[in-house]
Write a protein that binds this ligand. Sequence first.
Ligand code: FES
Length: 211
Amino acid sequence: MVSPFDVLQLDADADDAQIERAYRRRVKESHPDHGGSVREFQRVQSAYAALTGDAGIDVQEEGTDDEAGRNGTSRVEYLNYEVLDDHGWDFDDEDLFEKAAAADLDPADYGRFLVHPHESLLEAAENRGFVWPYACRGGACANCAVGVLAGELAMPVNTILPSEMLACGIRLSCNGVPITETMKVVYNIKHLPRLDELRLPPRPFEEAHND
Ligand code: FES
């Protein structure tokens, strides 16, 4: 895994002030509104969290096998769609998550977290410190779409995804709630060709994380 110092472009003996300055610079450079990508933006956040122990970015919460299913809790294994190209993987690969688990990916790109009963999938990701794409948060765009490869995500509102996409396992994370003990989802799939035309212009999640 790439060192958090490397991600922030710092020497290994950088002090707190240097880490802070580097983080502010890198988070702007990597911001999706300024030519960066969601993946790079999250990597910078994870690096800062690793170096400072920032409680607002809780990337470590994975939970144990025993916790999944307790009191309605679900455990979600996630993978960033942007990683697939880098590794020559395909969305339809049967062993996609096995390959991801063996690839030593950044926590922003691959990992697991628990979703509590009061959380949608998107809310759970955000509450664990991740930045997943969204726009309307109301079931009317495809910006928050995820591909569900295992488990079930129930959506109370969907006015955008046609039945053929639902049949392929595509769901909305902003209001989708896991209803199985475990799930495997590929997030950030808004750039899939068949989802492109259903997206709203970027707005978003960027603003909420642009302080
Ligand atoms: S953000 Fe628009 S449907 Fe989820």
